[in-house]
Design a protein around this ligand. Structure first.
Ligand code: D41
Length: 795
């Protein structure tokens, strides 16, 4: 028998808790690979707080509990940086042919280094340029003692108390080989998800939303009340050091960053090393391409000559080192004038206000329209016709109006008002309770909705009818050839030719030559073929193509894989649909409502009659028998006091709704239900439509469960439970296709590599995901292996 160990002293307990909290911070912020759940983290913190409250002598300034600091009195004190915080020279894109022309600032920067040092293709540390706030953190004997903003580079503001609340900043350094004095420079940022969360909360509570993550970071850091800073989640990434005393740093910047990581500082995972001009530009383009997928905003990349000897030799101009360069992305924001505000009607009838703009170049693209999202947003921004506004374009996202420039507003403008009627069909615009969007009530009467519905129906990820573009759909609807998607399938070659002629006449293009006639015939033949080919489809694509509100591709796939047949999808009440993974009450209601509507049912029937074939229909998934039970239905009915335990208790005594209903409250209580829960259940069941809905769900559930083949095993697909990540370009198939096939084999396809990734498929020019996979020892597949797997399983 082992000896019972002596109880730990409070001091030991406190130290143990601090170590565990610091370790959790390191896993989360530095390694990006958390080990414990947020709730467990919070529990550790609460335990520590309690211990420190009972033993005030154990509370130290570097304790993780001190992250919510005390209020600073007055403003912030000034801090003189021990070494000045330098600035960065900027490089912008220019007109010209070829990389050396377009990036001539970069070419010049690199050439100058080569010349001064007499070496060709020097190595650079390459980093994303985080769009936040530069700060300096001072550590003495491994303890965080002071944090300051950059200010003018010489003096900044003492924001120590606020920085303590930032969990990505270590309060004590890890390991023991750190210098006695260490200043770490880096950027305080707000992650996009934290920015979104903050704004969602602000909007809900009528508070002022933040304009962008950068303002979020700057504003939060300069709060006089650290408790407010603590509530707004900030992050930190280190990118350099200032004063260092007591220990030699490694010989290069990249190795120093690695040391900083070891000491507990987060360093952006995108940081790398590149050689020569070509290496720099390759990095610039690689980061530019993934800019929108990064969890934070960046406005360019930074190049730094890697070795310190070379840096010293290069020296400075004014306050900027000659060995570093910020290479900025083209501006994503521009100002222009609002010429009109119009309403656009979407597929589901959503009426979106759109600003028509004086044309302006934003990041290389001419922008003439920008979305205003919804009526509330227009009111919040107070956008008026005639206003000068800032428009923003990020990647492939639709350009949006960010804000108005108030002092450029012309006289005599009026606040914009949402129109009361649909500009396309004249039906009333209505707004459902709790929704931001107004919708046209015209349904498929509204030509705009019909057009959008058709475009969606034919789109690549839906029925995939090649050649049905916007102009063509306009003509189809305007000339009355097509009212519903089903009408597409009764169009003939002659219809198309006739329609094309009418469209050409209308648009003033009348190509009468024989050659034009031949081209038109070829075009029409291709369309007829494409429409014919689209008849062979899958249940998931078909469900997605119908354009049911809230049903994206992934919900459509869920419905198809669990229910197997269209017949089941369209006959299941919301109470059953809601039991499927990732389908909530609102989505379930939307599906039920869609198939209840006569017009929609007729369209679906007409499509099937026209020959649309759902080639992959199958029996309902055997997994359903684990999901569906009367207890589950009761539990999810939302009756106060009827959670999982009580629902199971009830159904073990009263195995049908009939038995449950007819037995009554006294029997439920005898079975073990509390009188309150019984009263709630009674109230619920005496409400006619609730009872009917439960009965309907029960019947539907039995029908569905009986349709599962008797001896079906819950069979696993070859990749069930595995997570894959795709990176780089595949030569034989697109990424979507590879994803679809992997999913068909049961794999989950994720966007980023972590320890939980089972394998990474690396195509041509694979980037940081491949690096990360190698770093974590994740299995890396080449394209051939993927193709072989697909062949082997016939997908
Ligand atoms: O990500 C950044 N914003 C960033 C800023 C970075 N990755 N590296 C930087 N390196 C420097 C030097 C080379 C001077 C140490 C910087 C900055 N400076 C900087 N940030 C604000 C002013 C200067």
């Amino acid at each position: 028998m082992s000896k019972p160990s002596a109880p730990l002293s409070s001091a030991q307990l406190v130290e143990d808790l601090r170590k565990r909290i610091e370790h959790a911070n390191y896993r989360y912020h530095v390694l990006d690979d958390p080990e414990i759940a947020d709730a467990d983290y919070d529990r550790l913190l609460r335990d520590l707080e309690a211990l420190e409250a009972d033993n005030p002598e154990l509370a130290t300034p570097d304790s993780p509990t001190r992250r919510v600091g005390a209020r600073a009195i007055g403003g912030f004190a000034e801090v003189r940086h021990a070494l000045p915080m330098l600035s960065l020279s900027n490089a912008f894109e220019q007109e010209g042919d070829g990389d050396r022309e377009r990036y001539r600032d970069v070419a010049e920067f690199e050439r100058r280094i080569e010349q001064t040092l007499g070496r060709s293709h020097p190595e650079f540390s390459v980093e994303p340029k985080l769009d936040g706030l530069a700060i300096s953190l001072r550590y003495e004997n491994g303890q965080f003692v002071q944090g300051a903003t950059r200010g003018d580079g010489e003096t900044g503001e003492d924001v120590t108390a606020n920085l303590r609340t930032v969990r990505a900043i270590p309060l004590r350094l890890r390991g023991s080989d750190w210098p006695r004095v260490l200043e770490v420079r880096g950027e305080i940022i707000m992650l996009r998800k934290d920015f979104e969360a903050f704004n969602a909360y602000a909007r809900e509570h009528g508070e002022k939303p933040l304009a962008n993550p950068r303002n979020g970071a700057a504003g939060s850091l300069r709060q006089l009340d650290p408790a407010i800073t603590a509530k707004r989640k900030l992050s930190f990434f280190a990118y350099s050091v200032g004063m260092v005393e007591g220990v030699e740093l490694p010989a290069s910047h990249s190795k120093t960053l690695q040391k900083l990581r070891d000491w507990g500082f987060p360093v952006s995972p995108e940081v790398g090393v590149a050689k020569g001009f070509d290496g720099l530009i390759a990095y610039f383009q690689r980061i530019g391409a993934k800019r929108d997928q990064l969890p934070y905003d960046i406005d360019g990349v930074v190049y730094k000559l890697d070795d310190y000897v070379g840096q010293r030799e290069m020296g400075f101009v004014a306050r900027a080192p000659r060995w570093a360069l910020a290479h900025k992305f083209p501006a994503q924001e521009q100002s222009t004038i609002v010429e009109a505000i119009e309403i656009q009607i979407g597929r589901t009838g959503a009426a979106t206000p759109v600003a028509r703009l004086a044309p302006v170049q934003v990041a290389g693209v001419t922008v003439t329209n920008a979305t205003l999202h919804n009526a509330d947003q227009v009111a919040r921004l107070d956008v008026r016709v005639g206003d000068t506004v800032i428009v923003r374009r990020a990647g492939d996202v639709i350009p949006e109006v960010v804000r108005v420039v108030p002092d450029q507003r012309p006289p005599k403008t009026h606040p914009w008002k949402m129109p009361t009627h649909c500009p396309v069909c004249g039906s009333a615009l209505v707004r459902e309770e709790g929704e931001a969007a107004w919708r046209c009530s015209g349904g498929l009467v509204c030509a705009a909705q019909r057009k959008e519905a058709l475009i969606h129906f034919a789109s690549r990820r839906a029925m995939d009818i090649e050649g049905i573009g916007e102009r063509f759909v306009d003509a189809l609807v305007d000339f009355g050839y097509v009212h519903t998607p089903a009408d597409l399938y009764s169009l003939t070659l002659d219809h198309f030719l006739e329609m094309k002629q009418r469209a050409d006449e209308r648009d003033g293009t009348t190509p009468e030559t024989v050659k034009a006639g031949k081209i038109a015939t070829k075009w029409a033949e291709n369309l007829v073929d494409a429409i014919e080919a689209s008849k062979k489809t899958t249940l998931a694509r078909f469900l997605y193509a119908l354009g049911i509100v809230h049903i994206g591709e992934s919900t459509a796939k869920t419905l198809a894989s669990w229910l197997g047949r269209l017949e089941w999808v369209r006959s299941m009440p919301a109470a059953i649909l809601r039991e499927l993974p990732d389908i909530g009450a609102e989505v379930a209601k939307s599906i039920e409502a869609f198939f209840k509507q006569r017009g929609n049912r007729e369209v679906v029937d007409a499509l099937l009659k026209a020959g649309v074939m759902l080639g992959d229909e199958s029996d309902p998934s055997p997994r359903l028998s684990q999901k569906l039970s009367l207890a589950a239905l009761l539990q999810d009915a939302g009756i106060n006091g009827i959670g999982l335990r009580n629902a199971e208790l009830l159904t073990s005594h009263f195995p049908t709704i009939e038995k449950l209903h007819s037995s009554g409250a006294t029997h439920w209580i005898t079975a073990g239900l509390s009188s309150n829960a019984a009263a709630n259940l009674d109230e619920y069941l005496t409400t006619r439509h609730h009872l009917d809905a439960l009965r309907e769900a029960e019947v539907a559930m039995h029908r569905l469960l009986e349709a599962i083949p008797k001896h079906a095993e819950v069979e696993a697909l070859p990749l069930t439970g595995q997570t894959a990540v795709l990176t780089g370009t595949l030569s034989s198939m697109g990424r979507d296709e590879a994803k679809e096939k992997l999913e068909a084999l049961g794999a989950k396809v994720a966007g980023s590599v972590s320890k939980k990734t089972h394998f990474v498929v690396a195509g041509e020019a694979a980037g940081s995901k491949l690096d990360k996979a190698q770093e974590l020892g994740v299995d890396v597949w080449d394209e051939e292996r993927l193709i072989n797997l697909f062949k082997q399983h016939g997908v």
